[in-house]
Design a protein around this ligand. Structure first.
Ligand code: UDP
Length: 245
């Protein structure tokens, strides 16, 4: 897969449908594949933290979540054709695994969220095999038991929804023990499946203004969002120094 190196992070140049095809292929290999969907905030974190950058680059698939990452790829003359957000990829994967033998585990969110997500998902995808759920609030000493719970469920795919960077670090920490074939870090997606959070209307997503919509709805995110202009300026100033394959 072709990649674009954005401030050290090797993002795969795939659109949503290509990402889904790649994930479906992962099921044929007897090993864990991690899928992360970095946005500009996560890439800025990786830019400042070499270890986190390595962790991201060890993933099997890194898709561009957010218009900032898509623009960065254009600035670096290796354009990614569209934003491939975790939620959108997850929805298409669910469509594909409905009416199959694949087994899904939902991990993350506040107590009750995974239950509600499961209920709603089964309304939409009635033959989906959801073999386990677990909320995302736990102590460090509970982590091994969670891994065991996921393994004992027989799941071959797990949605890890702990927010970034927690979910990426959790998957990386347990990658050698987890028996699933696909582990996807997809942030607040369970909240959306549960109906507790809304996605921005399509207009805002399509025009690259989702950040503006979220800012109006959740003004406390302003601190996090200030990373977006910093990211743009850093890509313009430093982005070309990173070697592209
Ligand atoms: N979360 C969790 N455990 C934690 C912290 C967060 O399960 O210790 C969940 C939180 O309930 C929410 C999601 O992780 O469902 C993070 O959502 P957010 O939209 O903030 O993440 P993003 O998609 O922006 O990374």
């Amino acid at each position: 897969m072709d990649k674009v190196n954005i401030l050290g992070v090797n993002v795969d140049m795939v659109n949503i449908s290509q990402a889904v095809d790649v994930i479906m292929d992962f099921f044929n290999e007897d090993k864990l594949h991690s899928v992360f969907t970095p946005n500009s905030e996560i890439i800025m974190r990786a830019y400042k933290d070499e270890e986190f950058c390595k962790l991201l680059n060890n993933a099997s698939l890194l898709t561009a979540d957010g218009i900032g990452v898509v623009y960065a790829s254009k600035i670096l003359k290796k354009p990614i054709s569209e934003r491939a957000a975790g939620y959108d990829i997850a929805c298409k994967v669910l469509e594909k695994i409905n009416y199959t033998d694949h087994k899904l585990f939902l991990f993350g969110g506040k107590p009750g969220v995974a239950e509600e997500a499961k209920e709603n998902l089964l309304k939409k995808y009635p033959a989906l095999n959801i073999v386990g759920i677990r909320n995302g609030y736990f102590k460090a000493e509970e982590e091994e038991a969670i891994v065991e719970e996921i393994n004992n469920s027989g799941a071959d795919i797990v949605f890890v929804c702990l927010g970034a960077p927690k979910q990426e670090q959790w998957i990386d920490r347990h990658k050698d023990k987890l028996k699933v074939r696909v582990a996807m870090g997809i942030g607040g997606s369970l909240d959306v499946f549960a109906g507790r959070a809304e996605r921005a209307p399509e207009f805002f997503c399509k025009t690259g203004l989702e950040w503006f919509y979220r800012l109006c709805k959740e003004p406390w995110r302003i601190g996090r969002m200030m990373e977006l202009p910093k990211f743009g300026m850093t890509v313009i100033a430093k982005g070309r120094k990173y070697k592209q394959d």
